[in-house]
Design a protein around this ligand. Sequence first.
Ligand SMILES: [Fe+2]
Ligand SMILES: [Fe+2]
Length: 289
Amino acid sequence: MSAAQDPGTPPRPHAMLIAQITDPHIGLQPGPATGPLDPTGSLRRALAHVRALQPAVDVLLLTGDLADSGRPQDYAEIATLLADTLPTPADGGPRVLAVPGNHDRRAPARQALAAAMPVAPDAPGDCVCLHVEHGGLHLIGLDTVVPGAAHGALAAEQLAWLQRHLTACAGAPVLIFMHHPPLISGMAAMDACGLLQGRAELGRIVAAHGGVQAIAAGHLHRAIVGQLGGAPVVVAPSSSHQLTLDLRPDAPLALRFEPPMIGLYRWTAADGIACHFSYVEAFGPSHPI
Ligand SMILES: [Fe+2]
Ligand SMILES: [Fe+2]
């Protein structure tokens, strides 16, 4: 149950930077109501944004809904975009780690994105549970997928897996990443297909560990911050399209083409974590003040 070790990544003298791209929905076809949808171009631009960041990003997390309908060719396209856009870790590029979302299918995702899904040997069933130690930070990926359903769940076996791995971390700092966020957003239609099982127990496990720096998630296609078990829960917007912010209980689900963002986490052992959102769009030059 120990973490997979990345060779050559001892604790960093500099701050560690972790980017998060979520919900690219590759393969989603624009319909008459979906406007200027371009999932592939949007992911390419988000990856180019990650590549251009200075200081360079150490880790890139992909937090699900990678493909819209789980087709093998969509995962192959993502693998090609990653290979074409980012340097390999050996050439100074980020370590890429990915977990699935409700729109994904595990088998084709794992086949095309094997390097980004180093499933732990003791992961329950076919869950994509990941545990990689990188630069002094434990990165733990949870698989919230319920095959065939839009909502997410953490069943007892997965919570037990997490408990074992957090115990093995012995209080060391951890970043958890998953698709369905463990929070209630107030976006009623999305809460109805949120993490419907395991949230309270996850909170107890996180609180007992005490070293969870943040829980990074997606699924809601908006920038949202909450907390669970004393750790911040950070939801990053989609690289493609966002959902309309409407907190009325009967609000219909609707999408909007608000500007895509990535999540960007700065972490050091001394400073802890700071969670940023970075627009993919450039918005012109910076003006010195
Ligand atoms: Fe999504
Ligand atoms: Fe989702």
